[in-house]
Ligand binder design. Structure first.
Ligand code: HEM
Length: 394
């Protein structure tokens, strides 16, 4: 797709849109850095806990007043990924960060429209297409400017031996390449860094925040299930401390509830479109080279042969006869295969910590939700706007 050189959605750019060797290098490098920083592993627990405590404080300030949790959830979750990519956290009141978050949300909402322009670029030259395209480009460029400025600041005080975050690690690798070394990561470059950082921010924020948004809604709509979660947490953890990762084995029902939330929410309905690299036959259907394949994750999660009464919220689906949680292969919110979500372990950890903390502290009540009419142009499956009350449990 022909955008300005700073534009975001050119094909082949950043880890999400790259393919072949470029993708291989980008993905492998990011996963190495995640490993180095302990992202998604137990030593990352403290970092998420810090954000979770800020979230609890913010919600407690409302003293049970009705509110839409979207904004605070996005703030909390984005600070987790931002700590990995930018090496810092932002206060909820930071105006510049609010601006960045709004752009990120807008960009995530534009995803499907962006895909349409990528696959049918001629639309950008038609009168109605031109206007939409200009709007998309504007958001993409503003995001790029924000990220570029942060990268510029990182370059100023870069220590190639000691990395504060993903940007430092990436810039150090680029310096390494400039000196004629490396080879395995020769395709990394600064433009890709900018695009990858934007993609990581969007992929790491909206998805997890959206899942938690559905989680709060399902708890308000299912008070008996919520009570079971409260009881299990109180028994396993007690009232004097917040749940930890180490409590997981004693929170089987709570884990099943989280899995059912992911199934019901199916926030990434169609995953990310993939290009077929060579003509392939799957179950008698031939997919020619170059064709775009879209995986309908939502349909898998609503298949009545796999999930009897698929529209019902039933956490027991994920429990065996002994009340132990069962991870079923048919649950694929992170997709599947070689391009499975790169942030899966981080996301699972965030969902567990944020959800158990919120349940430990609050009873969620009274949604004014108007039902499940979901916008088809949003990439993420958003519930209609709703408000809830979070009543402190002490
Ligand atoms: C509940 C939260 C999340 C869900 C449901 C989710 C879901 C997905 C899905 C369905 C894909 C497409 C996979 C495919 O192409 O087949 C994906 C890709 C991706 N996700 Fe996530 N994601 C979540 C959280 C995160 C987080 C926290 C991060 C940040 C580290 C992240 C980073 C990525 C990246 C970089 C890709 C592209 C991977 C690649 O193409 O190699 N995601 N995610």
């Amino acid at each position: 797709m022909a955008l300005d050189h700073r534009g975001t959605q050119q094909t082949q750019q950043g880890v999400v849109f790259a393919s072949g060797e470029r993708w291989n290098q980008e993905r492998r490098f990011i996963l190495e850095i995640f490993k180095k920083f302990g992202v998604g592993r137990s030593k990352f627990e403290d970092q998420i806990e810090t954000e979770s405590k800020c979230l609890i404080e913010e919600i407690a300030k409302l003293k049970g007043e009705q509110f839409d949790p979207n904004h605070v959830l996005v703030n909390a979750v984005s600070n987790v990924i931002v700590s990995v990519i930018f090496g810092k956290r932002y206060e909820y009141s930071d105006e510049r960060f609010k601006y960045f978050l709004d752009l990120g949300t807008q960009q995530a909402k534009n995803s499907i429209t962006n895909f349409v322009f990528i696959f049918v670029p001629v639309i950008a030259h038609l009168p109605f297409g031109k206007q939409i395209h200009t709007g998309l480009t504007d958001v993409a460029l503003k995001l790029t400017d924000f990220v570029s400025e942060i990268i510029k600041n990182h370059k100023r005080d870069l220590d190639t031996e000691s990395h504060r975050d993903l940007i430092d690690a990436y810039l150090s690798e680029l310096r390494f390449n400039e000196n004629g070394s490396s080879g395995k990561l020769s395709m990394l470059n600064e433009f890709n860094l900018t695009v990858t950082i934007k993609q990581m921010f969007i992929a790491g924020t909206d998805t997890t925040a959206l899942t938690l948004r559905w989680a709060m809604l399902y708890m308000a709509l299912n008070p008996t299930i919520q009570k079971n979660v409260h009881d299990e947490i109180d028994e396993a953890v007690g009232r004097n401390r917040l749940p930890k990762l180490a409590d997981k084995p004693n929170l089987q029902y709570t884990q099943a509830v989280l899995l059912e939330i992911q199934r019901m929410a199916s926030i990434s309905r169609l995953g990310v479109p993939h290009g077929c690299t060579k003509t392939t036959t799957v179950r008698g259907v031939t997919i020619p080279e170059g064709f775009i394949v879209v995986s309908n994750l939502w349909a898998v999660h609503r298949d009545p042969d796999l999930w009897p009464e698929p529209w019902k919220f039933k956490p027991e689906r994920f429990l065996d006869d002994n009340g132990q949680v069962v991870n079923r292969d048919e649950l694929i919110p992170f997709s599947t295969g070689r391009r499975i979500c790169l942030g899966e372990s981080l996301a699972r950890m965030e969902l567990y910590i944020f959800f158990t903390h919120l349940m430990h502290q609050f009873r969620i009540e009274g949604s004014n939700w108007k039902g499940d009419t979901v916008s088809i142009v949003d990439q993420g499956r958003n519930p209609n706007d709703y408000k809830i009350r979070a009543i402190h449990r002490d």
